[in-house]
Write a protein that binds this ligand. Structure first.
Ligand SMILES: Cc1cc2nc3c(=O)[nH]c(=O)nc-3n(C[C@H](O)[C@H](O)[C@H](O)COP(=O)(O)O)c2cc1C
Length: 280
């Protein structure tokens, strides 16, 4: 859909809608199905060097499995976002380097998962975070994305400024909007005083146009995607809806978003990113 085309971290994508890392993105067959049924980017499940049997949410076949699929899809021009975990800084750098050499366009460091937080502890201090990301940035050509934990000890501005200084271009954030949010989609106006609505919105407020945000969490339809865009997301990750509905969920949400944009006279999703207003 032309209206939902974006550039994410400088990478041209046919759609702002993509899968979130994990659901429907671990096995070759399900990745190829996603790729065939939606023309946006493909996000791989997080992987480490040798693969994991546990924890359940990080079960994966190891980086070579994903590097092979990246070479196959890359040859067909499919933009790939590959997600990295590891139990040490060295492992994270090795996995990122392997995926980079396989031609992925964007390497996403999954620093949100407990597995990484408990082993590497990237957020133990800002110096530690800087050292890890700096090493990855120096080792790869691909655009660097970071998936941040939903809750952090640091203010979004401190993290955002560090990311900007290190050349991180994309932050994958929680789309943790309040459940009782009242919003008029026709005008993009939220009822009540100006306030920060979600982690994505918080990062948008300090991004200065230098960080592109991917909002992940609770997006089940075009309306959810539209609101995530209004609150600052450049792209949207779909998790649970893919599990419930299968690969068709991405195309459906993309179409619904496109229809909402058309109904409001927006030629491009870019026109609504971060455009939320408050009734005061
Ligand atoms: C079964 C399952 C596996 C997941 N695996 C990963 C993963 O490997 N890497 C990652 O960054 N997030 C993973 N996630 C988190 C999702 O990317 C996403 O953040 C989460 O599902 C919230 O989005 P949703 O509300 O659309 O489901 C996983 C989630 C689920 C349900």
């Amino acid at each position: 859909m032309e209206r939902t085309s974006i550039r994410l971290g400088g990478v041209a994508l046919n759609s702002s809608v993509m899968n979130a890392s994990g659901p429907h993105s671990a096995e070759r067959g399900e990745i190829l199905e996603l790729s065939a049924r939606h023309n946006g980017a493909i996000v791989f499940k997080s992987c480490n060097i040798a693969g994991l049997e546990a924890p359940e949410n990080l079960k994966n076949r190891g980086v070579e499995h994903f590097a092979g699929i990246a070479r196959e899809l890359g040859a067909r021009g499919k933009p790939i976002i590959a997600s990295v975990v590891g139990a040490s800084e060295d492992e994270i750098v090795t996995v990122a380097t392997t995926l980079d050499r396989a031609g992925v366009k964007i390497v996403e460091l999954n620093l949100a998962d407990d597995y990484v937080q408990k082993s590497v502890a990237p957020f133990a201090s800002l110096d530690r975070l800087k050292a890890l990301i700096g090493r990855v940035r120096g080792a790869i050509q691909a655009t660097v994305a970071v998936k941040v934990p939903p809750r952090m000890e640091y203010a979004p501005r401190a993290i955002a400024d560090l990311f900007k200084s290190l050349g991180v271009k994309i932050v994958v954030c929680a789309n943790d909007l309040p459940k009782d949010l009242e919003i008029d989609l026709a005008t993009g106006t939220v009822t009540g005083p100006a306030r920060t609505l979600s982690q994505t919105h918080a990062f948008h407020q300090v991004s200065e146009g230098l960080l592109d945000l991917v909002a992940v969490g609770g997006v089940n339809g075009g309306r959810d995607a539209y609101i995530a865009h209004l609150t600052g997301a450049r792209a949207i990750g779909i998790g649970s809806a893919l599990i419930k509905e299968g690969a068709g969920a991405l195309g459906r949400i993309d179409r619904e978003l496109d229809e909402l944009l058309a109904a409001r006279g927006n030629a491009s999703v870019n026109d609504i990113i971060g455009a939320v207003r408050f009734s005061g």
